[in-house]
Write a protein that binds this ligand. Structure first.
Ligand SMILES: [Zn+2]
Length: 156
């Protein structure tokens, strides 16, 4: 279970609407206890995935890599933001719970690319943004087999 406020979810949707048709991404910071986690702060990130690295990625990869590129643009979070989040989490005894990102004109289901790059302990919140308007959100987490399983999202 990942819990967050309606306002936080609106903030994430709003970020996806502003960056549309590009993906948005950001960090979810908060606390957790066993299989339950609660978001305290949402940290929007600049999408560090620029065109030059996209070209590089396409050149390096063959086979599936190319397909992922066509399905979805990648998102990346700048290392400096990650470090700042780690420090804040340490200072306040929070955790970096996970990452959110948007899927422009795509359902809120992780892509194969998302799966390949996912970290086992993180929650992945995906918001679908269709024609510039944020729609449904779903939360995902890797299981022991490295496959995404949906996690219930509790919004209040
Ligand atoms: Zn994705």
């Amino acid at each position: 279970m990942l819990g967050m406020s309606r306002e936080q979810l609106r903030e994430i949707g709003g970020h996806g609407e502003r960056t549309y048709p590009r993906e948005c991404c950001g960090l979810l910071l908060g606390t957790c206890d066993g299989q339950q986690a609660w978001v305290i702060e949402v940290w929007p990130a600049e999408n560090a995935w620029d065109e030059s690295s996209a070209v590089e990625f396409e050149r390096v990869g063959d086979g599936p890599t190319r397909d992922w590129q066509t399905q979805e643009r990648r998102y990346t979070i700048a290392p400096e933001l990650m470090l700042a989040a780690q420090k804040t989490a340490r200072d306040r005894q929070w955790r970096i719970l996970g990452i959110y990102h948007s899927h422009p004109n795509h359902e809120a289901v992780p892509s194969e690319c998302d799966r390949q790059w996912a970290w086992p302990e993180y929650y992945y919140l995906i918001v679908s943004v269709r024609d510039g308007v944020a729609g449904e959100s779903h939360c995902w987490r890797l299981d022991e087999q490295g496959q995404f399983r949906e996690v219930s999202l509790q919004v209040d």
